[in-house]
Design a protein around this ligand. Structure first.
Ligand code: HEC
Length: 143
């Protein structure tokens, strides 16, 4: 009985070790996206090159919202992409430029989620794939 138990434990240990050894591989895969691969993906989808200067105009463009407010991406992300931003509820937002925040544009699901939410908030429509490529091209140009 004891021997069987010992064998079970050692099997379990082997499994845990194997799992632990595989973890970094899984993590590496999940982080395979980078600002450059995301830019390439949106360029592919839009069939155009991302333009940093178009992205810059897009980022600063002030838009008259139907609720009477004037909004832009800078409303929350500030006029300096390297600075910490703030939501309307005063929650801090980490810098949006990859040079100041290396987590930016590395998680496709997160990027899509926030493009969707923020484009609706500012433009009252979805952003086009070209606007997304331009936005990332601009953020990559911030040094
Ligand atoms: C009402 C406030 C607000 C406005 C306006 C806003 N954002 Fe954001 N944005 C946020 C918040 C909050 C997050 C998520 C928190 C975080 O990632 O630190 C975020 C995150 C993002 C991300 C995720 C990036 C990543 O890889 O983590 C993208 C892309 C983004 N915003 C694009 C835009 C664009 C484009 C505009 C203008 C059209 C814009 N945002 C305007 C609040 C805002």
């Amino acid at each position: 009985m004891k021997r069987i138990f010992n064998k079970m434990i050692s099997n379990l240990t082997t499994r845990i070790i194997a799992f632990a050894a595989l973890l970094p591989l899984v993590a590496l895969n999940a982080e395979a996206a980078s600002p450059n691969t995301m830019l390439a993906m949106y360029q592919d989808q839009s069939g155009t090159q991302g333009s940093a200067s178009r992205g810059e105009k897009f980022f600063f463009a002030k838009r008259a919202h139907s609720n009477g407010e004037t909004v832009s991406c800078t409303t929350c992300h500030t006029e300096n992409p390297k600075a910490t931003g703030k939501t309307r509820a005063n929650k801090l937002i980490e810098p949006i430029a990859p040079v100041a925040n290396k987590e930016r544009f590395t998680d496709p699901a997160k990027i899509e989620k926030w493009f969707k939410r923020n484009c609706k908030d500012v433009l009252e429509r979805a952003c086009t794939e070209q606007e997304k490529a331009d936005f990332i091209a601009f953020m990559l140009s911030v040094k």
